[in-house]
Design a protein around this ligand. Structure first.
Ligand SMILES: C[S@@+](CC[C@H](N)C(=O)[O-])C[C@H]1O[C@@H](n2cnc3c(N)ncnc32)[C@H](O)[C@@H]1O
Ligand SMILES: [Zn+2]
Length: 300
């Protein structure tokens, strides 16, 4: 059993020892920013806004007025495809590198708080919980704008706080986090800077120029030229490190190939002809080329 700090365990320990308060024992109201307290199955703020915790263990902290569509983020089908694909271990080297970077310079004596912003079905937080196994106490929170993703995540891992929410308005108090993950996601840097402690680490993971090249060569008539330059360092951060994980991945059946397509934006960008060409393939070898960038929150 991974040694992760559920908010309840952390709360109990803090009562006993007077320490070990973790940021996810209280959150921030998505409507007015005031402190959200958890009691029984409800998160409630001082102004009286309340958000139920579903029986699967997640809360919806995305107010209707912040939604741009009725069912934002990844669909149920995309989430199921990603879950099958990741469960097969195809991105294990990416998870290993992410865990190593998140855990660098951490102090085992203190719980390490980590928010995965755009967590999908929770693969990377589960990997982190697994990777620490009694060596490091963790306080984990996963947030995604897709209720299907958060539902799938909450069903698989009870040792974390799971919320439906937006990176544009994180329901987390200011300067409280040690680590923030943004894996193949949609960074909102000023919000990430707000919630990280000074010295806290943002790990951003993005597709490199060769990522899934062979799949793209099948579905598109031509490929866009590669972007060579590094993205500028956003305000409020300093660059700490960058590294690349590269390997070749062999997919041996149609379902795995279809799942890979369904978990990427290429599902919608490819035309019908491109998708048919890919669907005819019984096997595929693709390049994985992933860039991991660590940025440190500057002192305020
Ligand atoms: C490419 S998926 C990556 C999921 C997960 N990080 C992983 O690598 O398995 C991008 C995720 O971002 C979510 N997303 C899109 N817009 C978002 C937003 N504004 N705030 C939070 N999550 C968002 C989607 O629902 C989707 O789950
Ligand atoms: Zn409120």
């Amino acid at each position: 059993m991974p040694q992760c700090d559920s908010p309840e365990n952390a709360a109990q320990r803090s009562v006993i020892s007077g320490t070990a308060i973790t940021p996810f024992m209280t959150l921030a109201c998505p409507l007015d920013g005031s402190v959200l307290h958890k009691s029984a199955n409800v998160w409630r703020c001082e102004a009286g806004h309340s958000f139920d915790i579903a029986r699967q263990g997640y809360a919806n902290l995305l107010p209707v007025q912040h939604k741009r569509s009725a069912d934002p983020g990844d669909s149920k089908t995309m989430v199921a495809a990603r879950q099958r694909f990741l469960a097969a271990g195809h991105y294990q080297p990416v998870a290993d590198a992410a865990c190593r970077l998140v855990l660098q310079n951490s102090t085992a004596a203190l719980p390490l708080s980590c928010l995965d912003a755009g967590c999908g079905e929770g693969y990377y937080l589960r990997a982190l919980a697994e990777a620490t196994r009694g060596r490091q106490r963790l306080a984990l929170m996963g947030l995604d704008i897709s209720k299907w993703a958060v539902l799938a995540a909450a069903k698989q891992e009870k040792c974390a706080t799971w919320v439906v929410g937006s990176n544009a308005n994180l329901p987390v108090q200011t300067s409280t986090l040690d680590r923030l993950l943004c894996m193949f996601g949609f960074p909102v840097y000023h919000e990430f800077a707000r919630v990280l402690k000074p010295g806290g680490l943002l790990l951003k993971v993005d597709a490199g120029s060769n990522h899934l090249r062979e799949l793209r060569e099948i579905i598109y008539p031509t490929l866009k030229p590669d972007r060579i330059e590094e993205a500028p360092v956003p305000d409020g951060f300093t660059h700490f490190s960058s590294e690349t994980v590269r390997y070749s991945l062999r997919l041996n059946d149609r379902q795995q190939i279809a799942d890979l397509l369904a978990m990427t934006p290429h599902l919608y960008r490819a035309n019908a002809e491109g998708r048919e060409k890919l669907a005819a393939r019984e096997s595929l070898t693709v390049s994985v080329d992933v860039r991991l960038t660590c940025l440190v929150r500057s002192p305020c």
